[in-house]
Design a protein around this ligand. Sequence first.
Ligand code: MG
Length: 422
Amino acid sequence: MDDEPQTTPAAALYPFRRPRLTLSSPLRLVLLGATGSIGRQTIDLVRRHPERLELAAVSCHGRVEELAAVLAELAAAQPWAPPPLVAICDENARERAARLPGWGPRLLAAGPAGLVEAVTEARAPSCVVNGLVGAAGLAPTLAAAELGLRIALANKEALVVGGQLVAAAVARGGAELLPVDSEHAAIAQCLSGRDPGEVARLVLTASGGPFRTTPAADLGRVTLEQVLAHPTWRMGPKITVDSATLMNKGLEVIEAHHLFGLPYERIDVVVHPGSIVHSLVEFVDGALLAQLGTPDMRVPLQYAIVGEIHWPLDGGRLDLLRAGPLVFEAPDIARFPCLHLARQAGQAGGTAPVVLNAANEVAVAALLAGRLRFADIPGVIADTLARLPRGPVPDLAAALDADARARTEAAVLVDARDAGGH
Ligand code: MG
């Protein structure tokens, strides 16, 4: 029919219309990034639902003492549950874990292989919670997708770096990829039960970060402490820096493109300083749906883990009478070029988003190490993109290769700015 709106996505990752799930009980979680912000909040949910959620496997980078304490506490609360498999990425930390008194869990391989093993070796997993930071989250996401598991994805970089690879793996394995990112979870709630053809555009909200009102001239002088003081959300350091540059929103535009299958020109960003409206969907008849709430990551996290069901959660409640006016502004691309760089890289496709992401990871790490100024982050990313030719990403190896090249290039650019003195 010619008058049908041409809005059906080519390949949406998000399962728009799927059968209501029956909950297996308990839900067995593979928790990747257990000591990070998402990991700690997932463990909080396990504590709140000890009969319904348990850990099948966990990973952490190096904070093994913290992880051991959490696992001991959960073992006492869930005496019936066998100890989860444990992947510890850092080799030295892995050795420390093996020497901890009373250490019980089986240790998986160190490094990136352990993250994949956590997915493939876990016994009867119901859901993989990917709370990893950066491109390291791609390989275990692909493994979980091939196995046909439910994936609660907080690791947006996996889709930025390997969106098409993940889409292919999800299709092959029959997996279910559900977003944990609050904006995408908001969109998922607005889309629940809808048909892709009903959707006109997505509107992602951005808090604007700590420098929303900072004049361009002053961005060159901001301190790391100011960068890390996010006005509304409490998160890990990497995503907090990304929120200050608006790169986080740029990565989220790419994430939304892959998840919901919409072209970039139908994914908008508005700055909404209150972080009350978590995102919106405009439908083809002009109806606009939004999801609102207090900024609490456990809401989208739990919603994804249990398969898009609103379970009870005794978190904060949004008081509409105290919420104040809802303010929306256009993002300022001149002061925050990362948003534009990300959109351009997403539209270019191929290795461009891989390079964008790798250069950003290097720049953020340099900023956190005190080796790069905040205002130099966009330049490092733009220059890395300009120096590396764009190519296809047919498989994981190609993605990892482009990622490694971009890291090398970005490190040189950081060194040049570092040596330049500031
Ligand atoms: Mg987000």
